[in-house]
Design a protein around this ligand. Structure first.
Ligand SMILES: Cc1ncc(C[n+]2csc(CCOP(=O)(O)OP(=O)(O)O)c2C)c(N)n1
Ligand SMILES: [Mg+2]
Length: 670
């Protein structure tokens, strides 16, 4: 507690230097944090938030290691200078583990609950080692962060599934400058009363001994009973909200808060327990010296190397070559949706770490497209299960699942409903590997049925790839045939990074005339396609290329079939490149195509405004300008906020073979 207090004081005393990078400290919250940290073991998991530096100290981090983070130094053990103070990520074998912690208040609840879900799965599957058995997961939250919707998703799942987790809430009554009266109808203990099966404990968080004893009981209980708790601790906030938002600007309760300072309270308790005053003074003096020295050393430490900024964008994947048999002999063609099903089945057969969850993918239906049919029956409800309607949980829980060594495959029912999960994808999933400086890649397969098909209407037809490719740190693939879907699904599974698979609903069964090509012979069990490699769907004749009478089309998804149909009569003049992977992208194949033909058309189902297609256009122009003989053509949907329900309106908005044909002829004649 002395160390924590001195860290706070030294940061404040040197604010001209230390406030270069924003930081918050635990001043006022120390007792409850230390009572927790001292009792956590290497088999446990904790997600501290930005005010939890006392948790970090009490699990064994040194003051110097924390100062290195304040100054964003190269040797900051959490992120190597990439993220703020007390935003830890830790994988030391002698300490509890910490997944990457973002700044987004409350957003750690879902990834952390994902850890607990993962532990429960490993327990059911007997996948835990002896030393990992009985682990407890702690999700630390500020009181105000609990009003975030995503916290409710996490509480719901933790309670529903009876997960071994403590929601550890420090209630200082403040939400920066807004107070409890303005921001909540009740505190978290009251709020959680409706959750059946969640035990709630409220304590005075400034009293170390009470906190320690209560947490001891809770942790012991969870080690054997495996069930969730809310631990609600009332605490005074004695420091500033952060180095940048200062208490004197708005706090009207500072005197009252000071009365609850845990530091003199603990001192008094120590004296009452028989510790001499001299010992206490010595402890304080030694701590101060240690903290001052740590400060000086950290300040002088080396800064990170700017050449390292592209380290840890993606973890290396083992799938770098196409392997296996794409078209085994003696097999009939199957529809695309079945290729996906077969891929998942083979993955689950071979890997006990594989599990699949999402809405309606479990028993009874097996997915609204029957894309997971029979899997729950075959592998059991613990491996293939339905989730509540919680897209944020579905996506964000993969962070925790992956951290405990599992390989979650999850599904968002329609691309139109990825939005509630997008925050987790951006804030937590995509940045984990980069901001933990390579410690926590998130291995996840996120399946998303997408695209317009048969009057799906405004909420079941959208294309969202432009938004997804803008989220750096995730891979995005968009196969257009069953064989590609199977090979890429396998690659996605074995990839240590998050991979979103966009699966076009209109191609699932090849019911739309002209999309029969999506059906394919099912590749064999070993078939994999490296992510980031395009496929030539149709070649042009060399003579026509040489005489300048050809076009190269770059497309993906349903665009492949519009293009194939469009150029039926002059297919020799059109080379079609199916990107298959939107991030990473096969730049080499695109630029080679542009150089070969001098005329390029991009065909996608999205609109042409501010889209992925437009970015391809810019990229090719930038790299291949001198090879181009005509402006690059971009074909996409008419730009509207949504795709209307009426089938004539839908058809008018979408590209089709006629539109592509017209544009191709124009380009050829250009
Ligand atoms: C999603 C999100 N919205 C807003 C913010 C800005 N913000 C940072 S701290 C904070 C207040 C959080 O209060 P609480 O959870 O009670 O923690 P405390 O700072 O009181 O310990 C806010 C609104 C944020 N970091 N993340
Ligand atoms: Mg607060």
């Amino acid at each position: 507690m002395c160390d924590a207090k001195h860290i706070s004081e030294i940061l404040e005393a040197n604010k001209e230097i230390t406030a270069k990078y924003v930081h918050a400290t635990s001043r006022g919250h120390e007792a409850v944090q230390i009572a927790l940290g001292l009792q956590l073991e290497p088999r446990d998991w904790v997600s501290p938030y930005y005010r939890d530096d006392s948790i970090l100290l009490s699990i064994g981090m040194s003051p110097e290691s924390l100062f290195l983070q304040v100054f964003a130094k190269k040797t900051d053990p959490f992120s190597g200078g990439r993220t703020y103070y007390s935003h830890p990520s830790l994988k030391d074998s002698d300490k509890p583990k910490i997944i990457h912690q973002s700044s987004a208040t409350g957003m750690q609840a879902i990834p952390t609950t994902g850890i607990a879900l993962g532990l429960q799965y490993k327990e059911k599957m007997n996948l835990l080692t002896e030393s990992d058995t009985g682990g407890v997961v702690v999700c630390s939250l500020g009181d105000a962060s609990c009003t975030e919707g995503e916290v409710s998703e996490a509480l719901q799942m933790a309670t529903l599934k009876q997960l071994p987790i403590i929601f550890f809430v420090q209630d200082n009554g403040w939400d920066i400058s807004a107070n409890a009266a303005e921001t909540r109808a009740q505190n978290i203990a009251e709020y959680c009363k409706g959750l059946n099966g969640l035990e709630i404990v409220s304590v005075d968080g400034s009293d170390f001994e009470t906190c320690y004893a209560e947490l001891n009981r809770i942790i012991d209980t969870i080690r054997t009973e495996r069930r969730p708790f809310v631990f609600h601790a009332k605490v005074p906030l004695l420091g500033h909200h952060t180095s940048g938002v200062r208490k004197e600007w708005y706090r009207d309760d500072l005197e009252e808060a000071a009365l609850q300072d845990p530091f003199p309270k603990l001192k008094k308790a120590c004296e009452a327990a028989g510790l001499g005053l001299a010992d206490l003074i010595l402890a304080e003096t030694n701590s101060r010296k240690k903290v001052e020295q740590a400060y000086t050393e950290a300040l002088a430490a080396e800064d990170p190397d700017p050449n390292s900024i592209q380290d840890f964008i993606f973890a290396p994947t083992p799938i770098t070559e196409e392997q296996g048999i794409r078209e085994p002999q003696g097999k009939k063609k199957t529809v695309m949706v079945d290729s996906a099903l077969f891929a998942v089945r083979e993955i689950m057969q071979a890997n006990p770490e594989a599990l699949l969850y999402g809405q309606d993918v479990g028993r009874r239906l097996g997915g609204v497209f029957r894309e997971a049919a029979t899997l729950a029956e075959q592998f059991g409800d613990h491996r293939v299960f339905n989730t509540p309607i919680q897209e944020a949980f579905i996506i964000g829980s993969t962070v925790g699942m992956s951290a405990v060594g599992l390989k979650p495959m999850v599904e968002v029912q329609f691309a139109d409903y990825i939005w509630p999960g997008l925050n987790q994808l951006f804030t937590e999933v995509s940045r984990s590997y980069y901001l933990s400086n390579g410690k926590w890649p998130v291995s996840a397969v996120i399946r998303v049925p997408i695209g317009a098909y048969g009057s799906g209407g405004p909420y079941h037809s959208s294309s969202v790839e432009s938004v997804l490719v803008n989220i750096r740190g995730i891979k995005v693939i968009y196969p257009s045939t069953g064989a590609d879907l199977k090979g890429l699904m396998k690659a996605a599974y074995y990839d240590p990074n998050p991979v979103v698979i966009l699966e076009h609903k209109g191609l699932y069964w090849s019911k739309i005339p002209g999309t029969e090509g999506a059906m394919s012979i099912e590749p064999d069990e070993h078939y994999v396609i490296p992510i980031g490699k395009a496929r030539v769907v149709q070649e042009a004749s060399n003579d026509l290329i040489n005489s300048g009478e050809s076009v190269g089309v770059i497309t993906y998804g349903r665009g492949v079939y519009w293009t194939l149909e469009a150029c039926k009569e002059y297919s020799q003049q059109v080379e079609i490149l199916d990107l298959r992977s939107l991030n990473p992208i096969d730049e080499e194949a695109m630029y080679a195509l542009a150089k070969r033909h001098g005329k390029i058309m991009i065909v996608s189902e999205e609109s042409t405004e501010c889209t992925f297609g437009l970015s391809l256009l810019g990229r090719i122009q930038q790299h291949c300008f001198q090879y181009l003989d005509a402006p690059i053509a971009l074909i996409g949907s008419v730009d509207t906020p949504a795709i209307p329900l009426n089938s004539d309106l839908e058809a008018a908005i979408l590209p089709n073979a006629q539109k592509v044909d017209l544009a191709l002829r124009q380009l050829l004649n250009n």
